[in-house]
Design a protein around this ligand. Structure first.
Ligand code: ADP
Length: 447
C-alpha cells in the first residue's frame, strides 16, 4: 500500500521530466541549427535569444565534447571537455535522457546531437535538479507512512481484541472438556452466539449428555447386578450357617437346606449366564455364524423343552409357523429369543391357560407373536419390562426362577439384528409380544 502509489507518482514525474527536458534541449538545438560549425562565439550569440526555462543548466559542446557554452556562471565548464553519459550518446548521433529520484531531489538530464547536413557538429546537454516535486513526493511518502502506521495500530488492536475473545471461548470449551475428562459429567460448555464455536459447544454438550446417561445406566446396572447376586449369596450363607451351628440337625432338615442351597446356586449361575449374554450383546460381539435360519425346527426345540413345565401348570401351547419362515440371525440367538418369550408366557400364566406362538413370513420380515392369557402386564408397565432387572412382581418372578434379564436379552438381540419387539395387552387378559426380524440378508432383494 505504501510502495505502489509512490512508485506510480515517481514514474509520472519522471515521464514529465523527460518531456520538458527533451523539449528544452530541442529549443536550444533549434537555436544553433543552421550553423555549419559551432564556435564559442556563434553559439553564445545564438543562445542569447533562448530562454532555458525549467532547466538548471544547459551546455553546448563541439563534436568532441569541449564545452562551447555553459549557462552556469560559477563553476562554468566552458573550454573543458565533459563526458556526461547522455552527452556522449548524443555525440554519437542519438537522443538520450536520464532521470532519477535520489536524496530528496529529481536529477534529470537530456542530450541531443546538433546536426549540419546530417553530420554531428556538436551536442546539447540540459540538466535539471528539482527539489519542488521531490518535496511533494516526500510529503506523499510521509502521509502514506502515517496512514499505514495508524491502520497497522488499528488492525493490531482489532486483532488483539478478536484473538482474546477467541482464546477466551476456546478456554471455556477446554475447561469443559477437561472437567468431563476428569469425570465431572455434569460439566457443560457455556457459549453464546450463533457461530461455529456455539455449534461445537452444543455438539459437545449433547455428547456429554449421552455420556452421562450411559454412565448412570452403567452404574445402575452394576448396582442392580451386585444386588441380584447378593441375595442368593446371602441365602446360601444363612443356610450353611444354620447347618453348621445346629449340631443336632436331623437328616431331613439338612437335606432340605442343602437342596435350597442348590437352588440358590442354580439361580446364581442363571443370573451370571444372563449377565454374560448381555455384556456380550453390549460389546457388539455377535455370533458370526449368522445367516438365514428356519424358524420351525428352532421353535419345535423350544416347545419340547417347555412342554413338561407347561403340562405341570396345565397350560396348553399352540404353534403355527408359515411355511419356509426364516429370519436372519444366529440359531442360538433365535432360540434364546423364542425360549425367553415362551418361558415367560408359561411362567406368568394361570392354570388351564394357553400360549399361542405364531410365525408369519412376510416379503422382507418375519413376524413372531407370543401370546398368553396369563396374569398380564399393567398398561403403564408394558415398556418397562424390557429394562434390565425390571420385574412387575418381584416376589413372583423370583419364585418362578426369573432373573429380570430375559426380556432385556430379547430386546437387545432383536435390535442388534435390525428388528424390534413390543408388548401389548390382549382382550383375553393376557399379553402379546410381537417380534419383527428381517428375513433377508443385507443386499438381498425380495422375490
Ligand atoms: P424375569 O426373569 O423376571 O421373567 P423378564 O425380563 O423375562 O424377567 O421379564 C420381566 C418382567 O416382565 C417379569 O418379571 C414379569 O413381571 C413381566 N412379564 C414378562 N413376560 C410376561 C408375561 N408373558 N405375562 C406377564 N408378565 C410378564
Amino acid at each position: 500500500m505504501n510502495t505502489y502509489p509512490l512508485m506510480v507518482s515517481e514514474d509520472l514525474v519522471v515521464q514529465a521530466k523527460r518531456t520538458t527536458l527533451l523539449s528544452s534541449a530541442a529549443a536550444i538545438n533549434a537555436a544553433v541549427t543552421g550553423l555549419d560549425r559551432l564556435t564559442e562565439e556563434n553559439v553564445t550569440a545564438a543562445m542569447a535569444g533562448v530562454e532555458s526555462e525549467g532547466v538548471s543548466r544547459a551546455i553546448v559542446t563541439d563534436p568532441y565534447g569541449r564545452v562551447l557554452y555553459d549557462t552556469r556562471d560559477v563553476g562554468s565548464a566552458a573550454g573543458y571537455y565533459v563526458f556526461y553519459n547522455e552527452l556522449v550518446e548524443a555525440l554519437r548521433g542519438n537522443i538520450a535522457w536520464y532521470s532519477v529520484y535520489q536524496d530528496g531531489a529529481f536529477h534529470s538530464s537530456a542530450a541531443q546531437p546538433v546536426l549540419y547536413r546530417n553530420q554531428v557538429i556538436g551536442g546539447v546537454y540540459v540538466y535539471e535538479y528539482d527539489t519542488q516535486q521531490a518535496a511533494l513526493l516526500t510529503t506523499l511518502q510521509n502521509n502514506l507512512m502515517t496512514v499505514s502506521v495508524v491502520l497497522a495500530v488499528v488492525m493490531l488492536v482489532v486483532s488483539l481484541f478478536f484473538s482474546r475473545q477467541l482464546t477466551q471461548r476456546l478456554g471455556n470449551l477446554q475447561t469443559a472438556i477437561r472437567g468431563v475428562r476428569e469425570g465431572a459429567y455434569n460439566q457443560r460448555a457455556v457459549m453464546t452466539g450463533h457461530d461455529e464455536f456455539t455449534q461445537i459447544a452444543g455438539e459437545f454438550n449433547d455428547l456429554v449428555d449421552r455420556l452421562q446417561e450411559t454412565e448412570s445406566a452403567r452404574r445402575q446396572f452394576v448396582s442392580d447386578a451386585s444386588h441380584e447376586l447378593k441375595t442368593p449369596l446371602a441365602a446360601i450363607r444363612l443356610l450353611t450357617d444354620s447347618i453348621l451351628q445346629n449340631r443336632n440337625i436331623d437328616n431331613d432338615t439338612a437335606m432340605e437346606f442343602v437342596s435350597d442351597i442348590g437352588q440358590e446356586a442354580e439361580r446364581l449361575s442363571r443370573i451370571t449366564e444372563d449377565l454374560l449374554r448381555l455384556t456380550r450383546l453390549d460389546s457388539g460381539l455377535m455370533d458370526t455364524a449368522s445367516g438365514r435360519v428356519a424358524v420351525e425346527p428352532v421353535l419345535e426345540r423350544v416347545v419340547r423343552m417347555l412342554r413338561p413345565v407347561a403340562h405341570e401348570k396345565s397350560v396348553d401351547i399352540f404353534t403355527h409357523v408359515d411355511e419356509g419362515a426364516e429370519v436372519v440371525a444366529a440359531e442360538g440367538e433365535l432360540y434364546q429369543v423364542l425360549y425367553n418369550l415362551a418361558e415367560n408366557a408359561v411362567k406368568y400364566n394361570r392354570p388351564d391357560g394357553f400360549v399361542r406362538i405364531l410365525v408369519r413370513a412376510g416379503a422382507e420380515t418375519t413376524v413372531i407373536t407370543v401370546e398368553d392369557n396369563g396374569i398380564g402386564i399393567p398398561e403403564g408397565e408394558l415398556d418397562n419390562v424390557f429394562k434390565r432387572f425390571y420385574r412387575v412382581d418381584k416376589a413372583r418372578s423370583r419364585a418362578a426362577g426369573g432373573t429380570g434379564l430375559g426380556l432385556s436379552i430379547v430386546s437387545d438381540t432383536v435390535s442388534r439384528r435390525g428388528g424390534a419387539v413390543r408388548a401389548e395387552r390382549i382382550p383375553e387378559g393376557g399379553t402379546r409380544f410381537t417380534v419383527t426380524l428381517p428375513s433377508l440378508e443385507r443386499g438381498e432383494a425380495a422375490t
